[in-house]
Design a protein around this ligand. Sequence first.
Ligand code: TLP
Length: 340
Amino acid sequence: MLIDLRSDTVTKPTEAMIRAMAEAEVGDDVYGEDPTVNRLESIAAERLGKEAALFVTSGTQGNQVAVLTHCVNGDEVILEADSHIFYYEGGAVAALAGVQTRTVTGIRGAMQARDVAIAIRGKNIHFPRTRLVCMENTHNRAGGAVVSPEQMKEVYEIANQNGVGVHLDGARLFNAAVALGRDVSEFTRWTDSVQVCLSKGLSAPVGSILAGSREFIEEARWWRKKLGGGLRQAGYLAAPGILALTEMVERLQEDHNRAQLLAEGLAKLSLEVLPVETNIVLVRTETVNLTAAELLSRLAEKGVLAVDFDEHVVRFTTHRHISDDDIIRTLQAVEAVLTA
Ligand code: TLP
């Protein structure tokens, strides 16, 4: 049996989710007539403390619809230098929204308010208009690092004072909330729009939520349709999303505990382990004289899968299908590779 630590995106729906899919009441969502999608959107809006929400096909689509809704072409967007929108979305903000990006390097994924303040353009005939700041929480490439509501507030206030919008890529926002024992609305308060993924640790098969003001979501719905994201009997996909939000959040703590267990074990094997706050463990491989690719291919031969983030950085991600026993077996596999 493979131990798949590549991502929490590999999680399959629970039995309750499959039952909910089979039994979902559906209608044509482009007409606003799918009762299950409508229910998911209203539960999500409430949970995220926003007026309205929109069911989108993926995290990438949610982020892109957000940028399209906030900006006009030629605007500038401030992004953390290692953020998913900048790093992993195929240059879509340039290709689709036609915006220019300005990156700010954060500390463990958190942009500092003073750096954001410096990056926001003043009024000058030569300058693009800064329209949007995007934060990411938890921050993927920073190793699942949590950005606290207090840090988010500082960035939000700077943006707000300058008439600049704030979007949150909250693909794993529920992991952040569980890690700090805070409600998600304490984070989303400091945003104008937020995208959360239902299909990562929360285990729904497909989909994300984009939430914001009623007016913002109305415009976002129009952009989603233009991108081909107006699905019809989407209630079959929304039904597991409802369970993701209502029944799957608390258990994320188990993933965090197993990530800690893995991190402690890996550190004992002479790997340099970066600080672990949620379900992502990053290790540097220089100390064991291997590249990330070498470590990954040797682990794969032993039935353990992970991904590389850099020439010398490997990411392990825990999720619902990873048990304590899988962590022990992973550590045994790493030890066998390193002692071979
Ligand atoms: N991240 C995936 C890969 O794309 C890297 C992963 O395995 O972690 N924001 C963040 C912070 C993400 O981590 C991801 C997915 C997304 C957005 C995009 O979500 P999807 O895959 O639903 O488009």
